[in-house]
Design a protein around this ligand. Sequence first.
Ligand code: C5P
Length: 411
Amino acid sequence: METPRSLRVLLGVTGGIAAYKSPDLVRRLRERGAEVQVVMTAGASRFITALSLQAVSGRPVRQELWDEAAEAAMGHIELARWADAVLVAPATADFLARLAHGRADDLLTTLCLATTAPLTVAPAMNRQMWANPATVANVALLKQRGIGVLGPDEGSQACGEIGAGRMLEPGQLAELLMSQLGADRVLQGLKVVVSAGPTRERLDPVRYISNRSSGKMGYAIAQAARDAGASVVLVSGPAEIDPPTGVEFVAVESARQMRDAVHAALPGADIYIGAAAVADYQAPPAAVQKIKKTSERLKLELTRAPDILASVAGLASGRPFVVGFAAETENVEENARAKLARKGADMIAANRVGDDLAFDRDENSLIVLWDGGREEIPTCGKFELARRLVAVIARVRRATGRAGRTAAVPG
Ligand code: C5P
């Protein structure tokens, strides 16, 4: 087994007055066992010297994208890969705007785009700047993308005003970040297969039967599992959103293709999470030519599609821990419990759907059920929901001993 190494935190410091607290933040992170590499923006160097941060971090501070000597030692892409977590504290209004817009106009923004490590920002600015609709929209966008936002706090500000905009204290920040990461790495070293999105059953070269699933929930789960330390294979039906970076992505269309791709990804998998809205019925093999409207009625005979979840749960050997979803319009818990038994899954995450609930929405809630247990995750953003679901899966999987390939087989 690999010797556990310390957690590597890339600390971005941007140009706000709160940057004077950065050396303390570095010390607090190091006290908790992290290795810290500081990257400063040009603005930050107006408030704090690289020398102080180098002294407390024990590593040369990186400031320039175009620094030949530093790039030769560790290029910016290598640096992005090096990090287990990126924390930007303080994060100014300007930095949040640049991050929200995907700019890569300095070393820090470039690293933020290039890294697959979880990214957290600790905003610090004047209260009016924090309340400005532009900042509010940027922060909402960042949260929607799964970027963690710690603070800001309320209180007296360097500018003499009182209100929201103070950076959280270094001790608080270090503790929140480290506990988040510690709790987050619950799937370290495991392999997780996630299926997501709708399936498409072709009728002819231009038509198909599908459903309203956006794939957002499944993609958020794949991202949360990745952040939790798992290697992730995401098998997805046609979705309009970009797959998360750092996961193996397999694009499919029909239920049958999804089943084949899931089973192909299963060898060595510890957990299977079936978040896809798989067709229950499939069309006959698609017509080669477009179906013409020659008669008043058209009869389509559909046949049952393969039940992927049940097929994984029924595997005689190499069976992973199996998690399914239940989208219900009524009697959510009762129906989901019945589904748990019927499908032979280890866990079912149930939500209420219908009209404008759940499908294609950014917020959702879940009731998670397993043999002898239940947990509710109240309404929150899909990324937060996914992170919390992943934590429940890891905990129940450990507790029930259904640990897939890494389980010790008794006797
Ligand atoms: O049977 P129902 O569609 O209500 O069950 C939902 C769960 O079963 C989801 O986890 C979904 O991904 C999975 N499922 C499947 N194959 C199907 C239908 C549903 O894997 N053909």
